[in-house]
Design a protein around this ligand. Structure first.
Ligand SMILES: CC(=O)N[C@@H](Cc1ccccc1Cl)C(=O)N1CCC[C@]12C=C[C@@H]1CC[C@@H](C(=O)N[C@@H]3C(=O)N4[C@@H](C=C[C@H]3C)CC[C@H]4C(=O)O)N1C2=O
Length: 114
């Protein structure tokens, strides 16, 4: 990734809301597993995105989602935050409230900077 810098990294289970079954499903293959989730800033394009990779060996990318100006970020609980992108709803189930607070600060920073 060209000159992108990470402005935060937390641990969370990345989930997607399945509208048909009305259930949250873990993003990526296998069972819900913790991922390391970053917010990357690209200063040359002045963009931010959420990127998450599984902590386990395969480091599967389970989220790669641009942060869109005006996006509504919903902190449903201290450990579970969610937002809509054009196609789907993302949910982050943080490993701790502190990680949730860290991520929320960085997301708020990004949304304010766009
Ligand atoms: C206007 C709008 O878009 N509103 C969205 C929310 C929103 C508002 C504003 C801006 C953006 C967005 Cl995204 C909405 O309400 N959405 C988005 C899709 C899903 C949902 C719709 C209905 C269900 C009812 C229950 C609730 C839910 O999922 N709660 C969680 C939950 O049931 N779980 C997750 C954890 C904790 C809980 C908090 C972990 C796994 C599971 C579980 O605990 O087992 N819902 C939603 O959040």
């Amino acid at each position: 990734m060209s000159c992108e810098s990470s402005i935060c990294q937390v641990r969370a289970t990345v989930m997607l809301y399945d509208d048909s079954s009305k259930r949250w499903v873990p993003s990526g293959s296998d069972s819900p597993a913790l991922s390391r989730v970053h917010i990357y800033h690209n200063p040359s394009t002045h963009t931010f995105r959420v990127v998450g990779r599984k902590l386990q060996a395969d480091q599967q990318v389970v989220i790669n989602c641009p942060i869109i100006k005006g996006m509504k970020y919903n902190q449903a609980t201290p450990n579970f935050h969610q937002w809509r992108d054009p196609k789907q709803v993302w949910g982050l189930n943080f490993s701790s409230k502190e990680d949730g607070a860290t991520f929320s600060k960085a997301m708020t920073y990004a949304l304010d900077a766009l």
